[in-house]
Structures are given as structure tokens and as C-alpha cells.
Write a new protein. Structure first.
Ligand code: E4P
Length: 217
């Protein structure tokens, strides 16, 4: 399973990247706003740091301007994936940009039907939003499962990029289902290490190390 980091914060990306945990990065307008940085400048910095795909989202809503923005974004670096919304115009932009040989991430996916359209338009990645479905009492994980089934039924090679991840359980469940990629905030990725029995076991070992004065160095 590939790990993308869902942030535009350079330090957080660098920390995980140093551990080999970063296969790519996703950003969106809200994350760019949070960073307080210029989109082109911060995206270039991320691309210099990370080898894998870096998603940068268009701002327009009409296909022609999305295509023009996408063409500008791909000039930043070879590893840019242009992110377009799952609208009819977004699908037109996806088709043109992917026909031109660029990676395209179709975002804001909330249904299997939308995911089918994105695959047919040549999307490299489809981003179903788990957390936002859970927020309205729908089952985000069921959508990941359904898209996996449908893509496998027809051999679509669009990669399922499980997005809007809010908890470590979303990551484990995405892995069980067979999502190709997860994108998660750095804090959620780091929280994967936590287990109370690890803490309890380590405390007992440390107590014995102290009692027996065990030393290695
Ligand atoms: C990533 O590509 C998405 O934009 C992101 O995961 C959305 O997450 P949110 O629903 O927590 O804002």
C-alpha cells in the first residue's frame, strides 16, 4: 500500500519522508490556505523533496481553464498530478490532461458511479472521501469496498486513493479492502504506531532494566 501525506506543511512531509514513509503528497485549496504559502512556491518545494506524485488542485470550474491551470501546474515538476473535481467539466479536463500524458487525480468522489466516470476519463487516481461520508452518517469505507469491486470487475487501472482519512482505523480498513493508496494527515500516520500494550510492555521492560542495572553501552 502506498502512503501519501495529506498536507502542504514542508517540515511534516520531510520528517516522514526521512523514514521512507512518503510515496507521494496530496494538497487541496484548504491545505494551501492553511500553509499560508503561494501555491506554486510551496508545491515546487514539496516536489523537490518527494519523488512520488504530488497532487496540486486546479481552482477553476470550467474545463478550458482547468486544462490551462493543469498545464501550468505540470510545469512545476515532472511528479505533479493535476487534481480536478468530479464534475462534468472536471472529467473533460481529466481526459485532455491524461491524453497529454499527465497524471490526474479526480477528487471529491462520493459514489461508485462517479468513480466509474473518472476511470473512463483516464484518471490516474480516484479520491473517494471517507471521512466526509462518515460525517453525514454514510459509510465511507463501504464506498472504498464498492469501487474496489467495480474496478476489479472491469480491470480499470485507475488507482483508488482513499482520502479524507480521519483515523488509524480508516487506514487499516483501506488496507484490508485493497485501496491502492491512502492519503492521511501526518498526525494520523504517526498515530499508527500507538498501542497500549506496547506502552505497558515497554514500561515493564524499563523497570526490569533499572532493577537489574542492565547496560549495553
Ligand atoms: C485529499 O486529497 C483530500 O483533499 C483530503 O483528504 C480531504 O480531507 P478532509 O475531508 O479531511 O478535508
Amino acid at each position: 500500500m502506498k502512503f501519501f501525506v495529506d498536507t502542504a506543511e514542508i517540515d511534516a512531509i520531510a520528517e516522514l519522508n526521512d523514514l521512507g514513509m512518503v510515496d507521494g503528497v496530496t494538497t487541496n485549496p484548504s491545505l494551501i490556505k492553511k500553509s499560508g504559502r503561494d501555491i506554486i512556491e510551496v508545491t515546487k518545494e514539496i516536489c523537490d523533496l518527494v519523488d512520488g506524485p504530488v497532487s496540486a488542485e486546479v481552482t477553476a470550474t470550467d474545463a478550458d481553464t482547468m486544462i490551462a491551470e493543469g498545464r501550468k501546474l505540470v510545469e512545476i515538476a515532472e511528479n505533479i498530478a493535476v487534481k480536478v473535481p468530479l464534475t462534468w467539466d472536471g472529467l473533460k479536463a481529466c481526459k485532455t490532461l491524461s491524453d497529454d500524458g499527465h497524471m490526474v487525480n479526480v477528487t471529491l468522489c462520493f459514489s461508485v458511479n462517479q468513480a466509474i466516470l473518472a476511470a473512463k476519463a483516464g484518471a490516474t487516481f480516484i479520491s473517494p472521501f471517507i471521512g466526509r461520508l462518515d460525517d453525514i452518517n454514510l459509510d465511507g469505507m463501504e464506498l472504498i469496498e464498492d469501487i474496489r469491486t467495480v474496478y476489479d470487475n472491469y480491470g480499470y487501472d485507475t488507482q483508488i486513493l482513499a482520502a479524507s482519512i480521519r483515523s488509524v482505523n480508516h487506514i487499516a480498513d483501506s488496507a484490508r479492502i485493497g485501496a491502492d493508496v491512502i492519503t492521511a494527515p501526518p498526525a494520523v500516520i504517526k498515530a499508527m504506531v500507538n498501542h497500549p500494550l506496547t506502552d505497558k510492555g515497554l514500561a515493564a521492560f524499563l523497570s526490569d532494566i533499572k532493577a537489574a542495572e542492565i547496560k549495553i553501552l
